[in-house]
Write a protein that binds this ligand. Structure first.
Ligand code: NAP
Length: 320
């Protein structure tokens, strides 16, 4: 099989396409023939070494979807031919075949394509945990998805709308904002525009949102704290640097600043969130948007694109 391998930390050029022996399932494992792979920003952080040491060589990737090809003798819940979503199997997902434990498998909803299935793991699980786990979102509240045009942002907009929240979003390009408008937001704002925060405040009648799902806290956290309604919460999903904040803002409204990383979720939390996400797919309120599809050998291009401005849904690699 072909797989992307990384032999040293570095830029996108360290992603090399190589031939490897096909994996073989041991007792409790399955082999999945991968059809689509979700590309996430975290794949680039790991590739460049920001997330600490790694054993080389390794295959990157947390998300994929495909069809089970073979199962070990101890696997009873899955069979060859099952369409599955993979989330964080022990082996990386940038490969034509992935060896996985049964605990990393979820059933791919019948109405979803493989490309959509590869978009469900990290983005939708993150959005779900940020909104309902950490953010304690309640029906009728107003949520601002600050950075709504990318993988997590689109997921957060759809899941919040499905749960009966009033949803506001932001995007950096008109193309991205138009995409967000189609996902169930009431208003969408331009986060590159100086008056953006004032516009959001007036759209909430001067009160501010109850909850902010924040994709770039190192740029926005100070403004978020000044904007939030009383007893508001900001959940930090993404941050790429440092920022100075005014702690007094939190006292004004008994505000909560909450960090979140999907890595801290228990398997039970992941399974419960995925069950709700899959229900949303079946009822068509959850519709992953795949903006870019590239073949596996274009992984380096996908890594360049995901770190560039102008997000438009998910970037997916395919293994036809
Ligand atoms: P993505 O698809 O690349 O999207 C990035 C998003 O950030 C886009 O919506 C982009 O908007 C937005 N953005 C850019 N500048 C912004 C600004 N000044 N203010 C607000 N938003 C801005 O990435 P993703 O998969 O959605 O992930 C988003 C972030 O969350 C990344 O930093 C990622 O590492 C992080 N993340 C964290 C977890 C976790 O467990 N904590 C899990 C998944 C992802 P435009 O391109 O339209 O400007």
């Amino acid at each position: 099989m072909r797989a992307i391998r990384v032999h040293r930390f570095g830029g996108p050029e360290v992603l090399s396409l190589e031939s490897l022996p096909d994996p073989v399932a041991s007792h409790a494992q399955v082999v999945v023939r991968v059809h689509a792979i979700g590309v996430n920003p975290v794949d680039t952080y790991i590739r460049e070494g920001t997330y600490g040491p790694r054993e080389f060589p390794f295959t990157p990737g947390y998300d994929a979807s495909g069809v089970i090809e073979s199962v070990g003798a101890g696997v009873t819940d899955w069979k060859p031919g099952d369409r599955v979503v993979l989330y964080r199997p022990a082996a990386g997902t940038y490969a034509e075949r992935v060896l996985s434990e049964a605990t990393a498998l979820f059933r791919l909803p019948a109405s979803a394509t493989f490309e959509q299935g590869a978009s469900l793991g990290v983005p939708y699980l993150t959005a779900h945990v940020a909104l309902f786990g950490r953010g304690r979102a309640q029906r009728g509240e107003t949520v601002l998805v600050h950075g709504a045009t990318g993988g997590v942002g689109v997921a957060a907009v759809q899941l919040a709308a499905r749960a009966g929240l009033r949803v506001l979003g932001t995007g950096g390009t008109e193309r991205g904002r138009e995409l967000v408008r189609q996902q169930g937001v009431e208003r969408v704002f331009d986060h590159t525009k100086p008056g953006c925060i004032d516009e959001i405040r007036s759209a909430t009648g001067g009160k501010g949102p109850d909850l902010i799902i924040e994709m770039l806290a190192n740029v926005n956290l100070e403004n978020d704290l000044a904007l939030l309604h009383t007893r508001g919460r900001v959940v930090i999903v993404g941050s790429r640097g440092t920022i100075q904040i005014t702690p007094r803002h939190t006292m004004r409204g008994n505000l909560d600043v909450l960090g979140m990383s999907l890595h801290n979720c228990t398997p039970a939390e992941i399974a419960s969130a995925f069950a709700e996400i899959a229900a949303g797919v079946e009822e068509h309120t959850v519709r992953p948007i795949v903006g870019t599809t590239l073949p596996l050998d274009q992984a380096a291009r996908a890594h360049e694109q995901i770190m560039a401005p102008g997000a438009f849904g998910k970037i997916v690699l395919t293994c036809p």
